[in-house]
Each structure stands twice: as C-alpha cells, then as structure tokens.
Design a protein around this ligand. Structure first.
Ligand code: 3PG
Length: 397
C-alpha cells in the first residue's frame, strides 16, 4: 500500500483518519499516548504541502450527537502535542464543515467533530462517505487501532480518494509483521486475561504460529480444570474445558509448547493486600481462589523467553490491578524488558490492560513496540484481515 512518501499531497486537503479515542476523566485526557503518536503523520503531511484535516471517533455515541462525547474536549491536548493551534469544526459534513476547511492555509491543521455522531459512519453509508470525501483531495489512514471497523471514515474513504497509510499505521503493521507474520524464531506468545471464551480465536491461531504459548490470568484456570486440576473458587469457565483440551491437542500437533502455571498465589478475598500463600498448582484449597502465578512459573517463563528471539504479549498473568497479585506480571515484564535491552528479544505488546500493566511495571519504554490498539490488536493476532488495512491494499492504491 501507499505511504505518505508515495503520495502527491502538495496543496491538497488530506483527510487523515486518526484514533483519538483516549481515556478521559472530568473532561481531561488522562493518557495522551494515542494523541502523541499521530504527530509524525500530521507533520509529514504538512512537510509535503498537504493540509491535514483530522477525522476521528470518540466513544460510542451510536449515530447521535452526544455533547459529552464531543471531540472538542480533546482539542487542548491535541494542540499541546502538535505545538500549534488546531481549527475545530462542529460539523463533519455539509456547508459548515466546508467553510472550516476552505479557510485553512498550508501549515494549518483542523479537527472535525466525532465521526460517530453520524449514523452513516458505522453503516459505512456511501452517501455519507462521499460527503466527507468532498472535503479533501487525499486520504491517509493512521488509525490502526480502529482498522477492525469497516466504517465510512476507515474503509469508505479509501475507496473514494487516493489513499495511503500514515506513519503510525505503517509502524504498527511493521511491528506486528515482525512479531507474527515473518518473525525471528523461536517465538513465544504470552496470553493472559480473564476468559478463554473471549480469546478462543486468538489461542487457536497462536498455537499454529508460535513455538511457545504461555497462558496466564483467569484463563489459565480453565486449562487447569481441563487437565483435571482443582481450582477451588477461582474464576474458571468450566464449560470451556473441552475447548481448552482441543487447544492443547492442536498445540501438540503443531509442535507448540504450552506453558501453564506450575505454582499459584491464592487468597480467600479479592482485594488489595488480602492474605495470600504460594502453593504448588495442584493444591488450591477449596475455599481459595488463584489470583496470580507463583515464582516457579515466572522462572520457567523467563527461561523460555531466554531461548526465544521474539515475544508477543497480550493480557496480564494475574490480577495485576491489585497488589500483591501483580507480582508475576511485573516480574515477567521486567524479564522481557531486560532481554529486549540486551538485544536478545524483539518484544511486541498490545491491548489496553496489557499496556496498563507494562506501564505499571515501569517497562513499557523498553519493549520493542507497544501497539496503541486494543480490539484491532486482538483481531490481528487472531489472524483476521482488518478491513481498514485491506481497504488500503486494494489494486490501484
Ligand atoms: C479502541 O479504542 O480500541 C478503538 O478506538 C476502537 O474503538 P471501538 O471499540 O469503540 O470501535
């Protein structure tokens, strides 16, 4: 597909799809990562003589104008990141939108109101897409993290205008290809999180692609149940035990080694500081729940990482949001960071909880690449085609 380098943007209004779906509290942005990451794209479009007009969704207003979901709230953080004033248009289409865009000069940048205030966005309505396309002369998609949505502003515009990938989209695709598409082997995947049921496609795809698969968090309990190990009051999807067995069987066929907890940290209450004990994996008391993996598990995971060249990580290994049950996640994250710093491991991580956990462990900056995507990262790891990426690859682009 095209990138900014391949496109003639001089003098053109460049409709630029970005992801500004950032966490907010009381009208303030609490994490500017997604905003900071679009700066190179905006600057590079401007350097080529283009005028970036930013399109983005915020939250899920479902086709209604919901003022608490206005992108106007993002403006101060966006201006700070870009170091310049940003024009704002309350409307995305029609006369008012055209007037805001017509007033822009080279060097300027504008932000249009939430694409999801319009019903046509999620329906990928061609008339709506054409109304947006009428504002510009080229389309850049820099929203990898929204690329799993086939919406007017992600796929529709790519069909109507000369289209290409922004810098963040390029970087995300390159990193993910290095991790799963065409990786240095052996590859280890670390998958955690609460439920097998939400990550079934992911696990099924990974056992075909990676050499080692470490399973942690609540979903590991389901695998333990499948192996006939009692897990007491732990979170476990007992009805998914057959599925877990099928995943283990498939792994045996493909030569993928599955790493499950060898020891466990258990407690009687789910709260920070709850009294806990570390036990062998098969000794969970009937009235206790597993809230973290133990040190033997972490050591085995570390040894496996040492033998690998590539790591892909999605999901925490324990109840990382409450101490001390963040210990396994923190220790494994630090090990991955150390191996990456030493040049021995390419480490890629993604997903909201995962990135929060790596930030909490203080090692996110040491990873080779941290994806800005949540759902899109998961779908990509599941081996699915992302419509936003596919749209950029169509012939003639
Ligand atoms: C995200 O936050 O993962 C993306 O912005 C996509 O948001 P959505 O799940 O509401 O489509």
């Amino acid at each position: 597909f095209n990138t900014i380098d391949d496109m003639d943007l001089d003098g053109k209004v460049v409709l630029t799809r970005v992801d500004l779906n950032v966490p907010m509290e009381n009208g303030r942005v609490t994490d500017t990562t997604r905003i900071d990451k679009i700066v190179p794209t905006v600057k590079d479009i401007q350097a080529k003589g283009g005028i970036p007009v930013l399109l983005a969704h915020f939250d899920r207003p479902k086709g209604q104008r919901v003022e608490s979901m206005s992108l106007k709230q993002i403006l101060p953080a966006l201006e700070a990141a870009l170091g310049q004033p940003v024009a704002f248009s309350d409307e995305l289409i029609g006369g008012p939108a055209k007037r805001v865009v017509a007033a822009l000069k080279p060097g300027d940048v504008a932000l249009m109101e939430n694409t999801r205030f319009y019903e046509g966005e999620e329906k990928n309505d061609p008339t709506f897409a054409a109304s947006i396309a009428a504002l510009g002369g080229a389309f850049i998609n820099d929203a990898f993290s929204a690329a799993h949505r086939a919406h007017a502003s992600t796929t529709g515009l790519a069909d109507l205008l000369s289209a290409g990938a922004g810098r963040l989209m390029e970087a995300e695709l390159k990193a993910l290809d290095a991790a799963l598409g065409n990786p240095h082997r052996p590859v280890i995947a670390v998958v955690g999180g609460a439920k097998v049921s939400t990550k079934l496609d992911l696990l099924m795809n990974l056992v075909e692609k990676v050499d080692n698969l470490a399973i942690g968090g609540g979903m590991a309990n389901t695998f333990l149940v499948a192996k006939g190990i009692e897990v007491g009051k732990s979170l476990a999807e007992r009805d998914m035990a057959d599925t877990a067995r099928a995943i283990m069987e498939k792994a045996a066929q493909t030569g993928c080694t599955i790493l499950l907890p060898q020891d466990i940290v258990v407690a009687r209450e789910f709260r920070a500081g709850a009294p806990s004990e570390t036990l062998p994996v098969d000794q969970c008391p009937a009235d206790a729940m597993i809230l973290d993996a133990g040190p033997k598990t972490v050591a085995a995971l570390g040894e496996s990482m040492e033998l690998c060249k590539t790591l892909i990580w999605n999901g925490p290994l324990g109840a990382f949001e409450i101490e001390p049950f963040d210990a396994a996640t923190n220790a494994a994250a630090r090990k991955a960071a150390q191996l990456t710093r030493e040049g021995r491991l390419i480490s890629v991580a993604g997903g909201g909880d995962t990135v929060a956990a790596l930030n909490k462990a203080g090692v996110a900056d040491d990873f080779t690449f941290i994806s800005t995507a949540g759902g899109a990262f998961l779908e990509w790891m599941e081996g699915k085609d992302l419509p936003g990426v596919q749209a950029l690859k169509k012939p003639g682009k």
